[in-house]
Design a protein around this ligand. Sequence first.
Ligand code: 5AD
Ligand code: SF4
Length: 425
Amino acid sequence: MNVYDSGRMADAMVAAGYRETVDAGDADLIVLNTCHIREKATEKIYSEVGRLLPLRRRKPDLKIAVAGCVAQAEGEEIQRRQPAVDIVVGPQSYHHLPRLVARSNTGRPVSDTGFPVTSKFSQLPRNGQRKSAVSSFLTIQEGCDKFCTFCVVPYTRGTETSRPPEEIVDEALRLVDSGAREITLLGQNVNAYKATGPDRQSWLLADLIGKLSAISGLDRIRFTTSHPRDMSQDLVDAFAEYPKLMPYLHLPVQSGSDRILKAMNRRHTARQYIDLIKRIRSRRPDIVISGDFIVAFPGETEEDFQATMRLAEEVSFGRSYSFKYSPRPGTPAAEMPQIDGRVASDRLQRLQKLLKKQQHACQESFVGRKVTVLFERKGRYSGQLVGKSEYFHAVHAQVPPDLIGRIRKVLVVRSDPNSLAGKLL
Ligand code: 5AD
Ligand code: SF4
């Protein structure tokens, strides 16, 4: 979502007469867009601002802005800790960025971390000149009402809001007109999408996917990130119904222990998650499932952790993201008794070993098979392009550069650590 948001902030500044630069040294304004989900991400911004200080010394007019969820959570504290930061802007106020930049010209620190009643989306301009990425993002929903006890999102991004379907369709049409072939619908809780359409009916994510499927020139649709509780049957069916909806689903589980799931306030059990995956696979047998995991959540015993290992064994994930629990100020879990750091590292290592093995097994199972690849950009070696298979694997192949933006059948010849090597058929 930060990639998408950064693009929209750039659009807002272009409308205010700015141009994007490639080199930070040429810039009059540098925006650091930040993530607050785990502690490491927060610490990074201070070292990043530190690295910009020599630029600022050479060019005293250079403005530095901190945007995103760290800005939202820490607000003016950032400017107290690092006075070089001119502007602090939270995720709901990006449409105010040009005004904030103008205000900061007085030399005083400026900040905006409110939750305005008007939607920023309707006020954020689109840069008509800019070419869209072959695979583009489109935010359809923001915020979260789930309040998992470990998570800052409901506090930084606010409560769930869904954009109206007609606004989303408009934006999708514009993205396709300017070069997008694949659109990933974004939301912190994307499958909780619910909005009233121009027909006064309630639109859910599956309805939106159906509508977007009719756009000619749009070849692929994905969505992320979903919550197991909001995986309604019509959305499960959509994987069988709409050929443009790609057979890959990211569905975080976090833990395989019911006791921990309850303490996390996840509102589902391990069995419910496993049964849901079975239901999805019965509709779309080739689907690749990816997940998120947290180890060493407060109170997690070895037995709880073993339940997570068992769940991973039973589901078999094609790809995963796993993290040590990181206490976030202001969330309920941060107040609970914490697990020893070494225990946490040991569990993470054991889980990652298993998940890595599963990812490799999934990739290996494609060797010798045909996949369809949407080529997105040049690869590391000359003559090589990189794209994505329908299953979200990165695939590289020796193909002519004019295939960027096109879909071709490719034979998978090798599985590399994080990608597949293919041959054009
Ligand atoms: N500590 C560790 N991991 C976290 N995540 C969210 N909050 C935390 C936290 N406090 C992980 C979850 C989520 C992903 C985006 O980040 O697994 O699905
Ligand atoms: Fe955070 Fe996702 Fe839970 Fe919402 S559903 S609180 S975004 S982990």
